[in-house]
Design a protein around this ligand. Structure first.
Ligand code: SIN
Length: 511
């Protein structure tokens, strides 16, 4: 049995920010941070646009950011939470800057604040079009310099361990792919920061690791999970041969003046919203879907031809290079784009301090549901939420850490048996592809009563096929990941059935 003061599951902006804070505060404590693959594969890593925040030096106002967040979230947000997150943005952004994150500045030496959909002001700090990578690299470097943080890659959390008598999470079973052993880790605090769920869909901007593990694990031991029907689709993922993840064309590109056009070259967004191309994401995604349905091609176009002379390549080097690789000349060619699953607005319910419904367990970042986003997240509020809530959780840890004792009575718990040698690769790949395809067909931007009910039956069928496949009860890492994907799909379906009115990203045409 391994004892650690803190067990942080997930190593994106949420997990690393919290780990750095607690490690600096308690230099004698031991912090274990797990990444199920490498540290360069998280949702944070792929964030392009940036982090929204009202800085003291800008001519912006906190109440404007609050209002924009509430409008985007269809006023279903928790206003107290919105006010708290938006007011703390500047302090949390300062933390990132102090940890070495470099946000772009203009030629006057001031932060170059970008504009994105739903924002009434330019307030997005960014590092070209790879802000997430910049943040991930710098936080990782900071964590590596703290000797009490143990960064473990290729370590997969199989199950959380809880003590039912006091409703407390006391650790986790971890499979170490290098030693090929399952370790029992007990910990005073368990911090879940496993990111998104995009891989339940065929077309997603999320990397292949975004399988909702933390949510599935927490749900299995009884944590409250909410808002799973609130899956946000990004309106402008690059259309084409996508592999595991669709390449994103950042909303910041529309902030810089790009225009959506249909197959006939018409700029259509004014038909849908007075804010045109910079309307909130749910509106633009539905508009794109509608235009695609009324055309002969499975995509719409993003026109950036008129903004090529304004430093496009310098500002968006990754997007420019990707388009060039595909043979697009952005001075004359439009970029083919379509909606793709992007972000979960719900997740593990947490209070204002980041605490889940189970003692000893925090959840932070995309896997958590704080009330900030309402039914549709405002662009670039996700990195902000993660870093502010890592700080909220840290502040609450200050109150409780010294009074928590290790609980080590874990002998009776079950965990899955891993057998590396059984090969389930092919049938599993087929099941995963089928699940993703069905979710994209029935549970995407627009749903209906029928599509939800059909998906409910399909998930049951896939689950029973999966059970048959695993009849020996010896699992592989990929099969356990798939088990999590199944739980997430079931939750999305169940919560979609329960929702009785449309709002934000949720649209059932029969309501
Ligand atoms: C984007 O760059 O468009 C994505 C940023 C976000 O999801 O907020």
């Amino acid at each position: 049995m391994i004892k650690r003061d803190f067990l942080v599951i997930g190593a994106g902006i949420a997990g690393l920010s919290y780990a750095i804070k607690v490690a600096s505060k308690w230099p004698k404590s031991k912090i274990m941070v797990l990444s199920k693959e490498g540290f360069d594969n998280s949702n944070t890593q792929y964030a392009q646009g940036g982090i929204a925040g009202v800085l003291p030096c800008s001519n912006d106002q906190v109440n404007k950011h609050v209002e924009d967040t509430m409008i985007a979230g269809d006023h279903k947000n928790d206003k107290e939470i919105v006010e708290m997150v938006v007011s703390e943005a500047s302090e949390s952004i300062d933390d990132l800057i102090n940890w070495g994150v470099d946000f772009d500045k203009n030629n006057k030496g001031k932060y170059d604040l970008g504009l994105e959909g739903g924002h009434s002001k330019n307030r997005v700090l960014h590092h070209k079009d790879f802000t997430g990578k910049e943040i991930q690299d710098k936080l990782l470097r900071q964590a590596e310099n703290l000797s009490n943080i143990e960064l473990l890659h290729h370590n997969f959390a199989l199950e959380l361990i809880n003590n039912k008598s006091n409703n407390r999470v006391i650790g986790a079973y971890i499979y170490n792919a290098e030693s090929e052993k399952v370790e029992t880790v007990v910990s005073k605090i368990v911090f879940i920061a496993t990111g998104g769920i995009g891989q339940v869909y065929k077309i997603t901007t999320n990397p292949n690791v975004a399988t909702g593990d933390g949510i599935a694990l927490a749900y299995r031991i009884g944590a409250n999970v909410e808002g799973m029907e609130l899956v946000q689709f990004h309106p402008t993922a690059l259309f084409g041969d996508i592999g595991d993840r669709a390449f994103l064309i950042s909303e910041a590109v529309r902030g810089a003046g790009a225009i959506l056009r249909n197959e006939n070259g018409e700029a259509y967004m004014e038909k849908y919203d007075v804010r045109k191309d910079l309307a909130p994401r749910d509106i633009v995604a539905r508009a794109n879907l509608n235009e695609i349905r009324n055309s002969t091609i499975p995509y719409v176009y993003l026109d950036v031809t008129h903004i090529q002379d304004n430093g496009f390549e310098k500002h968006f080097p990754v997007i420019f290079a990707k388009c060039k690789e595909l043979g697009l000349n952005l001075k004359k060619d439009y970029i083919p784009v379509a909606p793709a699953a992007h972000y979960l607005c719900g997740g593990i319910s947490v209070n204002k301090k980041g605490k889940s419904s189970l003692n000893g367990m925090y959840a932070c970042g995309e896997c958590s549901s704080t009330g900030l986003h309402g039914t549709n997240r405002l662009a670039s509020n996700s990195l902000l939420e993660a870093v502010v809530y890592a700080n909220q959780s840290y502040k609450n840890t200050l109150n409780e850490f010294d009074n928590i004792e290790f609980e080590v009575d874990v002998d009776d718990f079950w965990h899955p048996v891993i057998n590396k040698n059984i090969s389930l690769d092919l049938p599993l790949k087929e099941l995963r592809k089928k699940l993703q395809w069905l979710m994209s067909s029935y549970m995407a931007v627009e749903k209906s009563d029928e599509s939800i009910n059909t998906m409910a039956k399909e998930v049951e069928k896939i689950s029973s096929n999966f059970e048959k496949l695993i009849h020996s009860k010896a699992y592989t890492i990929k099969s356990l990941e798939f088990r999590n994907l199944l739980s997430i799909s079931q939750l999305i379906v169940e919560h979609s059935k329960e929702r009785k009115s449309n709002s934000g990203v949720f649209f059932n045409k029969d309501l």
